[in-house]
Design a protein around this ligand. Structure first.
Ligand code: NAD
Ligand code: TDX
Length: 332
């Protein structure tokens, strides 16, 4: 197959492209505008006969239309992805996540291409810390931030284009990813690179908020499974039973890097900070037979720490500007 991957120079998109090259014979075109979050070096290491990069915007309808005509399937990762940025300036989130997804859906409607839409568990809002419940495919949407509300809106657009226009789409909503090639603005790489630079991790609020961690390679395997065998029109939740408080994650990072487990700072909390996310991925596991490979979070985290230690050339150019932004917001 010829697969078009939007946002394939970003964190999860690039991991997915690596996964396709390693596990399939498909050829891949990445469509990515190389925003601050995209980096061509994340895919440059892959063979040129398997992967090519088109630098362009998903809002560019003629470009999207031309690329759809040349491919068998599209996997749509491109998004503005960081909650903190969405609180500072929501506009790019509306443009890319809503209008960008609309632009792709209109092209999908005309070309009939198979479409997989990547989304997040944040569309469901949050859970109490002591609530035994987890999100399922039937949990009502209740997003909190400009980021998650634009992702929720994009999911609803996909559902409407399936029902009204017969677009052959599937949707997946995944929990928090970790792994190589993640931008240092995000929680885990920020703390690892702070410590590698001789600084301290920064926990928002009390550090008690819980995220449900999954390795990006497990997310990629799940997306490929849905692309190959998922039922059109269906939504699948992706998660690896990886619930941890932010404080627990920081303590693991500090210990792995030989620092005292309490050598972190508590900083200003994120406004509207979701308390807890938790995914029930039984549907995907039972219906399509997917299961995560990285079931030991501490081991996956140690691999990720080793990757950041060995790839300072990749993350160093982003670090200064990212920390300056956090310092200005009182989270430095
Ligand atoms: P990221 O910010 O690392 O990468 C996004 C990529 O999209 C970048 O390469 C960027 O240049 C590109 N992009 C942005 N706007 C574009 C546009 N208008 N046209 C073309 N390219 C554009 O994001 P990520 O963390 O890899 O997330 C990828 C997808 O996965 C997003 O849809 C996100 O909502 C979803 N998701 C992320 C997580 C997570 O933990 N990071 C969890 C669940 C779902
Ligand atoms: O410095 C920090 N300190 C801190 O305590 C940062 C950057 C974050 N945090 C907290 C906020 C969250 O509780 O860590 C947790 C994770 O933060 P982020 O990495 O910003 O992720 P989150 O807001 O949970 O959203 C992520 O998961 C779902 C991705 O960024 C989204 O794209 C995805 O949809």
């Amino acid at each position: 197959m010829r697969i078009l991957v939007t946002g394939g120079a970003g964190f999860i998109g690039s991991n997915f492209v690596h996964h396709l090259v390693a596990h399939t014979d498909h050829t891949v075109t990445v469509l990515d505008k190389l925003s601050y979050a995209g980096d061509r070096r994340s895919i440059d290491v892959l063979p040129a006969e398997r992967v090519s990069l088109v630098v362009g915007d998903i809002l560019d309808a003629p470009l999207v239309e031309r690329l759809f005509a040349e491919h068998d399937a599209v996997v749509h990762f491109a998004a503005e992805s960081h909650n903190d940025n969405s609180l500072a300036d929501p506009r790019p989130f509306v443009d890319t996540n809503l209008v960008g997804t609309y632009t792709l859906l209109e092209a999908a409607r005309r070309s009939g291409i198979r479409f997989h839409h990547i989304s997040t568990d944040e569309v469901y809002g949050d859970l109490e810390l002591d609530d035994p419940a987890r999100f399922t495919e039937s949990t009502p949407y209740n997003p909190s931030s400009p980021y998650s509300s634009t992702k929720a809106g994009s999911d609803l657009l996909v559902r409407a284009w399936v029902r009204s226009f017969g677009v052959r789409a599937t949707i997946s909503n995944c929990s928090n990813n970790y792994g190589p090639y993640q931008h240092v603005e995000k929680f885990i790489p920020r703390q690892i690179t702070n410590v590698l630079r001789g600084g301290r991790p920064k926990l928002y609020g009390t550090g008690e908020n819980v995220r449900d961690w999954i390795h990006a390679d497990d997310h990629s395997a799940a997306v490929l499974t849905i692309l190959e065998r998922g039922r059109v029109g269906e939504t699948y939740l992706i998660g690896a039973d990886g619930e941890k408080s932010n404080r627990e994650v920081v303590e693991l990072i500090l210990t792995e890097l030989g620092q005292p487990a309490d050598a972190y700072d508590l900083v200003t909390d994120r406004p509207g900070h979701d308390l807890r996310y938790a995914i029930d991925s039984s549907k995907l596991r039972a219906e399509l037979g997917w299961a995560p490979r990285f079931v030991d979070f501490a081991a996956g985290l140690a691999d990720t720490i080793a990757w950041y230690r060995e790839h300072e050339d990749w993350w160093a150019p982003q670090k200064g500007a990212t920390e300056a932004k956090y310092a200005a917001a009182g989270q430095g």
